[in-house]
Design a protein around this ligand. Sequence first.
Ligand SMILES: Cc1ncc(COP(=O)(O)O)c(C=O)c1O
Length: 386
Amino acid sequence: MFVYLDNSSTTKPYPSVVRAVTRAMEADFGNPSSLHRMGLEAEQLIKEARSILARSLGASPKEIFFTSGGTESDNTALFGVWESRKRQGKRILTGSVEHPAVLRACEKLEKMGAEVIYLPVTTQGILDMEAFQEALNEDTILVSLMHVNNETGAVMPIGEVMRILKQRRIPAVFHTDAVQSYGKLDLDVRSCPVDMISLSGHKIHGPKGIGALYVRDGLVSQPFLYGGGQESGFRSGTENVPGIAGFAQAVREQWSEPETRIARITQVKDYLLKQLTETITDLSFHTPADSAPSVLNIGFVGCKGEVLLHMLEQSDIFVSTGSACSSKKSGSHVLAAMGLSKSQIEGAIRFSFSEDNDINQMDYVVEVIRKAVTSQRRLRKAFAKE
Ligand SMILES: Cc1ncc(COP(=O)(O)O)c(C=O)c1O
């Protein structure tokens, strides 16, 4: 049985996405900036896609800018706001469990003169609101907090953060990296008026190398890329028309029956959690109860996550030890920020789900993991005795 449980790293494109990408490459290959019919047709594809993304966020099409992915969207938001506001203040607030696309950009901003505060999280991996209240001051120009954490599925209280910004009348820009929540949790800018939102195509069964940044109408932010003036001058470079067409098709699919899809994912995740809890001892749970439906992070105490990952791979089960971007480095900065011990972090596995998963697959997964964990723990005990 083939079981793909690494959907927070990337998802399998929907067949309709593959068709949309192929069509855009075979038929609509004109440059959207060309004045002839071929150009206009490609431009029309982009226009439609922009409307589809805008509708999914309750936004206006002119507030959507296509980028090369979540990483570029995050960098554009952070560097763009810094460039346009650095004379008004130097403070930037972000979370210690953010994706490297935000953390590494913040480190660069520190070198450029910003005062970045990396806010702590609770043992549940959720933003520490007291620390946020304390760090927020008149000098704050930007708050960048992810909506859902990619390693644990923890949902950050972005509504509460916005309420506090308003209550304390701090005119900081509020950016959220919604790469892991898009299509899974509601995010509508009419009810939750954030200023900037980062999105990525390949996390919602769309193509890789395509993303978008929502920028609230009227917000002044500098471009990150300069050149031919595409995307209303905010993001130069010939548009990735096949990627954009595929991204929009993925959004169409995700928004067609969202409740059914989410209910299915939630059921599979809850089932796996229950079965693992009943079958295997000494687990540590790193995903809070009211998390996003897509992620379950569990530590198998006395095991090495990486060894487990490869044992599961031999049975065609694909999981992750953390985020794909940090998995090649040592440890998880997210689990460390939650105060977990070295052995809990070492034994962590992230299961991340999509609608392609079902209960039968989970029965198979539990059986394979049970055997893998038992054999690893036995081996470790034997070595420890020697
Ligand atoms: C929370 C988060 N932000 C940003 C990114 C980067 O997105 P992309 O791979 O599209 O550059 C990821 C990818 O794992 C992510 O999980």
